[in-house]
Design a protein. Structure first.
Length: 247
C-alpha cells in the first residue's frame, strides 16, 4: 500500500487543527496531495493534567467532547474505511467552527453539546453514515485505537507539543506540531505557504519556529466574521491568556 503524502493528526474540537486542515484541503485540491487523517485526543494527552489548575474552565468539557467524537470516527474508520474519516473530519469541523453557536450566551453548554447524539446524528446523516455509529460516543473501548494514533504522533515529535501534528512524507519523513494558523491564506497563497513549510520540514536540522502570541481564530464559531482580524492572545502551555494576564 502506498503511503499518503502526509499524515494529519487531528482532534475535532481544536480550532487550530480545523484551520490548518482547511488550508491542507486547499493545497490538496491544487497539488493533488494525498492525506491520511489520523487521531490525537487532547483529552487523552492531557489526562495527567489538573484541568482546574492549568486550563480555562471550559476546556475540560471541550476536550471530553472531542474524545467522544473521536470514538465515533474510530469506529467509522474500522467499519467504513478511510473515506469515512475524511468525510467526518470535514463535516465535524464545519459544524463546530463554521456555524454560529447554538447558544451564544453559554459557551460551556455549547462545548458539551458537541459530544452528544443530538449534535452528532445529523452530521452522520449528512455524510451518509449510519447513525448507529453514535453508540460509540460513550464506548471507551475505542480509546485504545485513539491513544495508539496519538502515541504514534508524539513518538515522532516529542511530547511537548499540541495539535495539529503533520507527518510529512511518511513513513521516513519528519513530523511537526503545526503550522498553527489563525486564519486561512488567500487561494493563491496556499500553495506558496505549503512550499515554505515543506522546505523547512525537509531540512534535517530544523526543529522549531514558534511564538505564543496568536490572533483569535478567524472562525464563525468564535464570533469572527470572514475578513476580520482577531485580537492577539498569549497561548501558554496549551491554553490562551490575554496579553494583560501575562506574569
Amino acid at each position: 500500500m502506498t503511503c499518503a503524502d502526509i499524515r494529519f493528526y487531528f482532534d475535532p474540537v481544536c480550532p487550530f487543527c480545523w484551520l490548518t486542515s482547511k488550508w491542507i484541503r486547499m493545497v490538496q485540491a491544487e497539488r493533488d496531495l494525498s492525506v491520511d487523517w489520523r487521531f490525537i485526543s487532547l483529552r487523552l494527552i492531557n489526562e495527567h493534567i489538573d484541568y482546574d489548575a492549568h486550563f480555562p474552565p471550559e476546556y475540560e468539557a471541550e476536550h471530553t467532547a472531542g474524545l467522544r467524537l473521536l470514538r465515533v470516527v474510530a469506529r467509522a474508520r474500522q467499519e467504513h474505511g478511510a473515506e469515512a474519516v475524511d468525510s467526518l473530519q470535514a463535516a465535524l469541523g464545519a459544524h463546530i467552527f463554521d456555524t454560529p453557536p447554538a447558544d451564544a450566551t453559554d459557551e460551556k453548554a455549547n462545548r458539551e453539546r458537541r459530544g452528544t447524539r443530538e449534535f452528532l446524528e445529523p452530521i452522520l446523516r449528512e455524510v451518509d453514515l449510519p447513525t448507529a455509529l453514535a453508540d460509540a460516543l460513550e464506548d471507551t473501548s475505542w480509546d485504545d485505537a485513539i491513544r495508539a494514533d496519538g502515541d504514534e504522533a508524539l513518538a515522532l515529535t516529542g511530547k511537548d507539543v499540541g495539535t495539529p501534528i503533520i507527518h510529512f512524507e511518511p513513513p521516513n519523513g519528519v513530523a511537526f506540531f503545526g503550522p498553527v494558523l489563525s486564519r486561512l491564506p488567500e487561494p493563491e497563497q496556499a500553495g506558496e505557504l505549503w512550499d515554505h513549510v515543506v522546505g523547512l520540514a525537509r531540512f534535517p536540522g530544523f526543529a522549531e519556529l514558534k511564538r505564543s502570541l496568536r490572533e483569535k481564530p478567524q472562525l464563525v464559531g468564535f464570533g469572527m466574521e470572514p475578513g476580520t482580524v482577531g485580537s492577539q492572545e498569549d497561548w501558554h502551555g496549551g491554553s490562551r491568556r490575554q496579553r494583560s494576564e501575562r506574569g
